[in-house]
Design a protein around this ligand. Structure first.
Ligand SMILES: [Zn+2]
Length: 67
């Protein structure tokens, strides 16, 4: 059985990344959305939402700063 090549499983990026929220000086994890196109998360204190786009090549950096 051949694998269906149209079904590309996004495996180039991690499921979550650590993000430092500068707004409240807290560090938390954000997870990929279900499409796997971006990391989406919220500041645990002020509930500000952030979105980090995932590039096709993957994300080099493991940690992000939410400005
Ligand atoms: Zn905040």
């Amino acid at each position: 059985m051949l694998e269906n090549k149209a079904t590309t499983i996004p495996g180039m990026f991690k499921r979550h990344v650590g993000v430092k929220f500068d707004c409240c000086h807290v560090y938390t994890r954000v997870y990929t959305n279900k499409e796997g196109t971006a990391y989406e998360g919220r500041c645990p204190k002020c509930l500000r939402t952030i979105r980090i786009k995932i590039h096709k090549d993957g994300v080099n950096c493991k940690f992000f700063s939410a400005l």
